[in-house]
Design a protein around this ligand. Sequence first.
Ligand SMILES: C[S@@+](CC[C@H](N)C(=O)[O-])C[C@H]1O[C@@H](n2cnc3c(N)ncnc32)[C@H](O)[C@@H]1O
Length: 227
Amino acid sequence: MITKRGPKVRVRAKGGRTAAQVRWLQRQLDDPFVAEAKKRGFRARSVFKLEEIDRKHGLLRRGMAVLDLGAAPGSWTQYAVQKGCRVVACDLLPMQPVAGAAIVQGDFTDPAVQDRLLALLAGPADVVLSDVAPNTTGLRNVDRLKAEAAAEAVLELAGRVLRPGGSCLVKLIKGAEAALLPRVRACFASWRLLRPEATRAQSSEIYLLATGFLGAGERPPTGADAH
Ligand SMILES: C[S@@+](CC[C@H](N)C(=O)[O-])C[C@H]1O[C@@H](n2cnc3c(N)ncnc32)[C@H](O)[C@@H]1O
């Protein structure tokens, strides 16, 4: 259990640091998830969101094939590999290698990149993870639409790669789920919305966990939602 503690070190506005840089640094220093990630050799604090979801919902198991979208800097990939999964990771940004994972740099919505991901998976995936975060504009509606479009693209790709019974975990901005639910209901036996402990208080992000992929073209029985 990671406890939230008060600030210990005060960051000063020296050496040409902007106010935004000072705020960012202070937040990093005050954040117990950042400290714990560093201690355990993970590249990002976001690993604790996946760890909590995995602990509570039994998402990842040894031998599973996992597609990790929006993977850089790589803490989710590290975690899935440690769980014994075979991981194919994709990000727009370069990512340091993770032993046991194949990494593709590119836009996961690009058909050529998708072909490469499918080739590396070399068969159906058990789990699709998406922590994809499109660049934000600061305009709430625009950012929500961008996040919605990214999540829609993740679900579309998941529909191509998942084995029947597979799962998809996708990051959303709160409120974007309404537009996605028709597709989720059509393709998965159940779904739920999750907000892990490690989510920053001011963040509007949530995760949609859809389980029991029905296979292409099938529909769930009425009332199958676990929500
Ligand atoms: C919050 S970070 C992911 C953190 C990661 N889960 C980890 O644990 O290290 C979001 C990532 O999504 C990536 N991203 C955004 N749009 C993308 C796209 N269209 N294709 C691939 N990656 C994308 C960004 O480059 C960024 O690295």
